[in-house]
Write a protein that binds this ligand. Structure first.
Ligand code: CP
Ligand code: NVA
Length: 340
């Protein structure tokens, strides 16, 4: 397996074997980190981290992972560079390619990260766009595999806004990996028909399946993983909050959903989550709409079924795997699958 030089823009671009390789590599790097074995095989290299939207996990994961691999990082924040305002994506790509060995991009349309990759001569990694969040997918797969011991056949139900980055990405991931994906939400929030069609074709070949349902009882029954995300994503207008709370409240992950899923079920969320009033937005929505929690109840979030912090840690190990695999020949570094 050699992914050197490849971009990491969306999982649709990767085969099941390649995705499995990255998850295996992440597990190996995690094990090495826990044992204190240094893996700074990319000493002397540097990566640029472009964030046009804010971040805690993704930024920290890239910075720590790069440091562990021996690399330097430059963080470009949403306002601190010329990107978009004074300099095009194509020009930015060529400038950064001359100074860095890799470029992470978090921003708006998927077309922007694809454009960056087109003009860049070094690997580009998608740190979240409106449409996809591929590095989150590797962390989720590692977390699910650590918990259940396998991926194929896992039943994952996604509740909430299934037509945005997380719903889209989980549907693609399940289709590729032979898992059963259910979007359990109001019809208006189902993923786009074209992507559903594409994923159904992929699932037919992998042994997975794609189900769309508005019925909470049917959609969550027997789920191994119940997954949700914020009801309003970064970059969406403030005005949509009221409508989202009204329309998605029936799809909140709460105790009755988890009980209906069954004792095997775990709860996952990419985070950040609105599960109490201890955030600025959570408190504001609490005061405006008389609610204490949104997409997930505090009870489920804090329960023994919740894998959210293991999932968050795995962002770092999986992002490290993506950088390690795309920046170097893994053969001979102790990171090749055959050597693991
Ligand atoms: N899950 C995730 O991408 O979190 P951040 O927005 O904090 O990076
Ligand atoms: N759907 C969320 C994911 C955050 C990690 C957003 O785009 O804001």
């Amino acid at each position: 397996m050699d992914l050197k030089g490849r971009d990491f823009l969306k999982l649709l671009d990767f085969t099941r074997e390649e995705i499995t390789y990255l998850v295996d590599l992440a597990a190996e790097l995690k094990d090495k980190k826990k044992k204190g074995i240094p893996m700074d095989t990319l000493r002397g290299k540097n990566v640029a981290l472009i964030f046009e939207k804010t971040s805690t996990r993704t930024r920290c994961a890239f910075e720590v992972a790069a440091h562990d691999l021996g690399m330097g990082t430059t963080y470009l924040d949403p306002s601190g560079s010329q990107i978009g305002k004074k300099e095009s994506i194509a020009d930015t790509a060529r400038v950064l390619s001359g100074m860095y060995e890799g470029i992470e991009y978090r921003g708006f349309g998927q077309d922007i990260v694809e454009e960056l990759a087109k003009y860049s001569s070094v690997p580009v990694w998608n740190g979240l766009t409106n449409e996809f969040h591929p590095t989150q997918m590797l962390a989720d797969l590692l977390t699910i595999r650590e918990h259940f011991g396998y991926l194929k056949g896992i039943r994952l139900t996604y509740m909430g806004d299934a037509r945005y980055n997380m719903g889209n990405s989980l549907m693609v991931t399940c289709a590729r990996m032979g898992m059963h994906f259910t979007a359990c939400t109001s019809r208006k929030y189902f993923p786009a028909e074209d992507l559903v069609r594409q994923c159904r074709e992929i699932a037919a070949a992998s042994g997975g399946s794609i189900t769309l349902t508005e019925d909470v009882a049917a959609g969550t029954k027997g789920a191994d993983v119940v997954y949700t995300d914020v009801w309003v994503s970064m970059g969406e207008p403030e005005e949509v909050w009221e409508e989202r709370i009204r329309e998605l409240a029936p799809y909140q992950v709460n105790r009755s959903v988890m009980e209906n899923a069954g004792p095997q079920a775990v709860f996952m969320h990419c985070l950040p989550a609105f599960h109490d009033l201890n955030t600025g937005i959570g408190a504001e929505m609490g005061a405006r709409f008389g609610i204490r929690e949104m997409e997930v109840t505090d009870e489920v979030f804090e329960s023994g079924q919740s894998l959210v912090f293991q999932e968050a840690e795995n962002r770092m190990h999986t992002i490290k795997a993506v950088m390690a695999a795309t920046l170097q020949e893994t053969k001979g570094t102790g990171l090749d699958r055959n050597e693991i």
